[in-house]
Each structure stands twice: as structure tokens, then as C-alpha cells.
Design a protein around this ligand. Structure first.
Ligand code: MD6
Ligand code: FE
Length: 200
């Protein structure tokens, strides 16, 4: 495993997962899921997204960036739930709160190509990921594209922290395995990534 990559299998118990899902339902009612577009090709992502926090990650023909408002409603993003802030404080090892929580929704067939999270100014903060719903096959390689990779299954309630040298490693989601969780009534997977964007 890459140095700085830490896994906390089952870190969130079922009740905590349900509570978080309830928070997310409210947030998505206010900040609807949107389909981002790849900047160069104009192709849509297969995942739908929204954000929580002071800043949200968006992608469109103009590029990748963080912005304080939803691209379709123009409204500020909903707040990051307290339970997620507490999780960050407990496991991130970083002394400032996250500014962004990207919410990725995968239905069956959705995936995410290998990428690096590099649109933030502060790489000394880790990225913390929470998985909810069906299990995903997460792939992680090294800091260069085309290097050796390995896979890791991420199940509902699992928390992953990408810090240290793993912070800038290529990673993605190969696929979501149907019928591996009953948390989401219609199946699928939600991934939350908490990030520090600016330097404190
Ligand atoms: C996902 N995760 O799990 C996609 N990025 O759906 C990510 O892209 C990711 O899990 C940075 C750090 C952790 C992650
Ligand atoms: Fe990522």
C-alpha cells in the first residue's frame, strides 16, 4: 500500500450511515446532483455530483475548479454536516477543518477514470473519503500515470484517508458491485470526499 494511505473499514456504523444519508437527502434537495462535463472533450461524467461546504468542485468546458456556488442554482453549497467535521477532526491528522465535501453518486455502470486530486492549493492536508451503499472497486497507483496499480474494495461505512505521498497518487473507481448493500433503496453508491482547498 502507498505510504500515507490509511483505511478504516466499517468506521461508520449502520446508524451513522443512515443519519448521514438523511443529511445528504436534505442537502441534495437544496443543491441538486448535476452531471459534470470533461473540460477538453465535453463528454459527461458517468457519476453525478454535488458539494457541501464553503467551496465545491465543478468541471465544465471552462475547466476544473472550486467555486462557492452551485453551477445550476447559483446558490451557496449546503453546510458540511457536523458528523463529517468530527470524523475529519478524528482521523485526518490535520489541524484545520475541511472547506469542501464533494458528493459523488454512482448508479450501476458508473465509474471514475484514474485521476489525481490536484486542484487544491494545500496538498499537506489529506483527502478523506467516506463510502456509502454498494461496494466499489477502488484502484490506486503511484504519482505517475501508467505505473503499477492495485485495487481495494470500499464498502459502505469504510473511510479512506489519502495523505502523505499517497495524496497525489493516481486513483479511480473501476466499478460498483450491484447488490452488495441495502443502505440505498435503489442501489448504487455515494462517495464523499472531504478536502482542504486553500492554505489556512
Ligand atoms: C470514489 N474517490 O471513491 C472516488 N479522491 O468514488 C476519489 O476520487 C478520491 O476516494 C481522493 C481521495 C480519496 C478518494
Ligand atoms: Fe479523487
Amino acid at each position: 500500500m502507498q505510504p500515507g494511505l490509511r483505511c478504516f473499514p466499517g468506521r461508520l456504523e449502520t446508524d451513522a450511515q443512515r443519519q448521514l444519508l438523511e443529511n445528504l437527502r436534505g442537502a441534495v434537495a437544496d443543491a441538486p446532483l448535476f452531471t459534470p462535463i470533461m473540460p477538453r472533450t465535453g463528454r459527461p461524467f458517468t457519476v453525478r455530483m454535488t458539494n457541501l461546504g464553503a467551496l465545491g468542485w465543478v468541471s465544465d468546458r471552462a475547466g476544473y475548479r472550486y467555486q462557492p456556488t452551485h453551477p445550476e442554482t447559483g446558490r451557496p453549497w449546503p453546510a458540511i454536516p457536523e458528523a463529517l467535521l468530527e470524523l475529519w477532526r478524528a482521523v485526518s491528522g490535520y489541524s484545520h477543518d475541511p472547506e469542501a465535501c464533494l458528493v459523488n453518486f454512482y448508479n450501476c455502470g458508473a465509474k471514475m477514470g484514474l485521476h489525481r486530486d490536484e486542484d487544491e492549493e494545500d496538498f499537506s492536508a489529506p483527502v478523506l473519503s467516506v463510502s456509502l451503499g454498494d461496494t466499489a472497486v477502488f484502484r490506486i497507483g503511484g504519482p505517475e500515470r501508467g505505473g503499477k496499480t492495485e485495487t481495494l474494495k470500499l464498502a459502505s461505512g469504510d473511510v479512506l484517508v489519502m495523505g502523505g505521498t499517497s495524496r497525489l497518487c493516481y486513483h479511480g473507481i473501476d466499478r460498483v458491485i450491484a447488490d452488495t448493500s441495502t443502505l440505498l433503496k435503489d442501489g448504487g453508491r455515494i462517495n464523499l470526499t472531504l478536502r482542504r482547498v486553500t492554505k489556512p
